[in-house]
Design a protein around this ligand. Structure first.
Ligand SMILES: Nc1ncnc2c1ncn2[C@@H]1O[C@H](COP(=O)(O)OP(=O)(O)O)[C@@H](O)[C@H]1O
Ligand SMILES: [Mg+2]
Length: 257
């Protein structure tokens, strides 16, 4: 992993919002290099700037200062985004939802269908191409959103608490699905989660952020072997990391009281 090329480079990136009562520092200067093919989890309490960080990276918001360099890999749009609630067009079928970014990019319907059908297979939704979003479970809608985020093949995937709205069992399944998709596509993934277990299970590295003001506290390397699976959750290294992440988060919460 150490040899792969930098994919996302942040140098002193910070963000301040103007609010009625003055300015809010959403993110103190953060510097980090994320390499091609890495899967990074981000944990931290509400309001520590996790969503702000993702929004800055994908250009939904502009940094107040600092530098963000993305490797576009020849793509027009280097970043796909998956939100907590899958934002699907309710009147369009699953196939049409997944193909939508390709339609707007001017790709022909035939070619778009081919790509979209492959992705629907990849996320395990074969057979549901003609269904409407309301006919699917929350987990299946989120799979659709992941397929759509991958439609124009962005090298980077940003995921903001993607599995928070599904039940725990579905979440475990989706975690394993995500690992399989990541391994087969080689995407660079940044995933925000409230779950320290999910963070440790998935990632190569876990970024811990703290609030008031939002900043990066530390980064943990995850030395757990891959492929990950049920045995990972029995590994003492996994339990030690989960406990450490809890301590990291608790330390700051107590300080802030
Ligand atoms: N558009 C905005 N205007 C003003 N303040 C904002 C805006 N977006 C976020 N903030 C503030 O920035 C801080 C970080 O927010 P956010 O990135 O959403 O945190 P998180 O995703 O970690 O919960 C919070 O204090 C939040 O209130
Ligand atoms: Mg958020």
């Amino acid at each position: 992993m150490a040899q792969s090329a930098p994919k996302i480079v942040l140098e002193g990136v910070h963000k301040t919002f103007l609010a009625d009562h003055g300015t809010v520092t959403a993110l103190e200067p953060i510097s980090v290099t994320i390499r091609e093919g890495e899967l990074i989890s981000i944990v931290g309490p509400s309001g520590c700037g996790k969503s702000t960080l993702l929004r800055l990276i994908c250009g939904l918001d502009q940094a107040t200062g600092g530098k963000i360099v993305l490797d576009f890999s020849g793509r027009k749009r280097p970043v796909g985004f998956v939100f907590q609630e899958p934002v699907l067009l309710p009147w369009k079928t699953i196939l049409d939802n997944v193909r939508f970014p390709l339609d707007t990019a001017g790709i022909s319907r035939g070619e778009g269908d081919k790509v979209a059908l492959d992705l629907i297979n990849l996320v395990g939704l074969a057979g549901f191409e003609r269904a409407l979003p309301r006919h699917l479970s929350g987990g299946m809608r989120q799979r659709t959103a992941i397929a759509r985020a991958l439609a124009d093949d962005p090298p980077i995937l940003l995921m903001d608490e993607p599995f928070s709205a599904v039940d725990l069992l579905t979440r475990d399944t989706l975690n394993d699905e995500l690992l399989r998709i990541w391994e087969s596509t080689g995407k660079t993934i940044l995933l925000v989660t409230h779950s320290v277990e999910e963070a440790a299970y998935l990632a190569d590295r876990v970024m811990v952020m703290t609030a008031r003001p939002g900043k990066l506290k530390c980064i943990h390397d995850v030395s757990l072997p891959r492929p990950r699976g049920e045995e990972t959750k029995l590994d003492p290294t996994y339990h030690a990391l989960v406990a450490q992440l809890r301590r990291d988060l608790r330390a700051r919460t107590t300080e802030a009281l």
